[in-house]
Design a protein around this ligand. Structure first.
Ligand SMILES: Cc1cc2nc3c(=O)[nH]c(=O)nc-3n(C[C@H](O)[C@H](O)[C@H](O)COP(=O)(O)OP(=O)(O)OC[C@H]3O[C@@H](n4cnc5c(N)ncnc54)[C@H](O)[C@@H]3O)c2cc1C
Length: 438
């Protein structure tokens, strides 16, 4: 099967079963294009609710962002605050989206428990503030989420230092409903559950096109087709074949990830006594989590995201050593790259391409929980339970991002600006750096 090459840590260490190629012509209530968390969650929800479903994946299950992410389960937005969401969408639609996001962590861990995903740890999630200004913004974010009944709280500078060993933070948002998963195992669990509920799943079956058909639509693959009343495009930032019309509505963002060698338990106790995943508020975001075998997973973006794997592997490992005050730079055992889908308003979107033909994308780097919830939203849309314009995820025009070739360079521009503002905002007093920051 065509898995990422070189493999991610997840692909290299997770047992993988193959699904067949689609050969011949099938008929179903719903055809789903894309075998990541979005397509698989939708396949599971729809099959459980009695629809016949055929899902085609162009490469292999979890080939895209769903197999390449860091596995942080974060029921939150990357850039948007609850107040921003309400200002952008209005009270009613804003509250619908916020209620959906609020359930994301519960749903991921419920699926993990129900379908026996072993590599899932509900340790909570920490978002430390790197500046006094961000601390004030996060305190407001905590209050806003508490109004939705979320298990979110503000912890002070002393406590975040105890929980990360890092002296630079002004406090942190702590969300007890978050945690970590092995993303490839999670995607494979969703696929197995969807098949058990009646869905048919095919790999190495790229949708090359979509045609009108007497009964609705026909999804065409190199060796077969699916005639269906409904189509769900779940192809995230991809742009080949049928995916192009969804892919052009977002800006692709290249993100690099590494997994280090396993670290000593006594060392881990210093920076992760509770094994909580951490993503701070810097523009050049600093993140880390542990795997079950005590490796650190961390990531970053490159200013020039071309052939940058080895360069980024070094930069990310050095940053880990510096920020966590490790005795030496840890060896990098795995490095990989994935593409996240960014929208211009930083919110997830549903797009309509024709009658009963919709797609969902735009998780802006916080997609494990959100794409799981997409499953419910897409099932509601297909089964007619909720009109499209009242779905919990906003319906947006399926237009290409304006000036997209220029917009693609925007992440690099914001990264350069962010590196400068991060440097200005952080006061380092308590520990002596052992290497320079990335
Ligand atoms: C490096 C990285 C780290 C991240 N870390 C985190 C994290 O820690 N926590 C978090 O919440 N989010 C994270 N994210 C975001 C999260 O991974 C994504 O939001 C989520 O996986 C998107 O899922 P998806 O199913 O929509 O898309 P994808 O997983 O990208 O799936 C789309 C699928 O469609 C298939 N496809 C494309 N074109 C076709 C076609 N024509 N026919 C058939 N199939 C096709 C692709 O092969 C692919 O498998 C990260 C993203 C990246 C890139």
């Amino acid at each position: 099967m065509p898995h990422p090459n070189p493999p991610t840590f997840w692909h290299a260490t997770t047992e993988i079963t193959d699904y067949p190629k689609l050969e011949g012509d099938l008929t179903a209530d719903v055809a789903i294009v894309g075998g990541g968390f979005t397509g698989l969650s939708a396949a599971l929800r729809l099959s459980e609710r009695g629809a016949s479903v055929v899902l085609v994946e162009g490469q292999a299950i979890a080939f895209g962002a769903s197999g390449r992410n860091a596995g942080f389960v974060v029921p939150n937005f990357s850039k948007a605050d609850p107040a921003y969401v309400i200002a952008k969408l209005g009270e009613e639609k804003g509250h619908r989206l916020l209620r959906l996001v609020a359930q994301g962590g519960d749903r991921v861990f419920e699926i993990a428990r129900q379908y026996g995903l072993e590599d899932a740890q509900r340790t909570g999630w920490l978002q430390p503030a790197h500046s006094a200004e961000m601390a004030e913004a996060l305190k407001k974010r905590v209050e806003a989420w508490q109004l939705f009944g979320r298990p979110v709280e503000w912890i002070d500078a002393r406590e975040i230092r105890e929980r990360t060993g890092m002296p630079i933070y002004h406090g942190a948002l702590s969300d007890r409903s978050g945690g970590t998963i092995n993303p490839v195992a999670y995607a494979r669990t969703l696929a197995r559950a969807a098949v058990a509920a009646g869905a048919q799943v095919f790999e190495q079956s790229p949708a090359t096109g979509v045609e009108k058909d007497a009964g609705g639509w026909r999804v065409v693959t190199p060796a077969g087709s699916i005639s269906a009343g409904h189509i769900l495009l779940c192809t995230n930032a991809f742009e080949t074949g049928a995916a192009a019309r969804l892919g052009k509505t977002v800006i692709p963002l290249q993100v690099y990830q590494i997994a280090t060698e396993p670290l000593d338990a006594a060392l881990i106790e210093r920076f992760s006594p509770r094994r909580e995943p951490v993503s701070d508020t810097r523009a050049n975001i600093f993140t880390y989590r542990l795997t079950r075998d005590n490796r650190l997973i961390s990531g970053g973006m490159a200013i020039l995201p071309v052939s940058a794997e080895q360069r980024m592997a070094r930069t990310i490992a050095e940053r880990l050593a510096f920020e966590l005050d490790l005795p030496s730079v840890p060896r990098t055992d795995y490095v990989w790259r994935g593409t996240a889908a960014v929208t211009t308003d930083f919110l997830p979107h549903i797009c309509e391409f024709g009658p009963n033909f919709i797609g969902a994308t735009g998780c802006n780097g916080r997609g494990v929980a959100m794409t799981t919830m997409f499953g419910d939203v897409l099932a509601d849309a297909v089964l007619g339970a909720v009109p499209l314009d009242q779905l919990a995820v906003p319906l947006m025009p399926a237009d290409a991002v304006p000036f997209r070739p220029i917009a693609r360079a925007a992440p690099s521009f914001f990264l350069i600006r962010g590196l400068m503002s991060d440097r200005r905002a952080i006061t380092r007093t308590a520990h002596k750096p052992s290497s320079t920051a990335a």
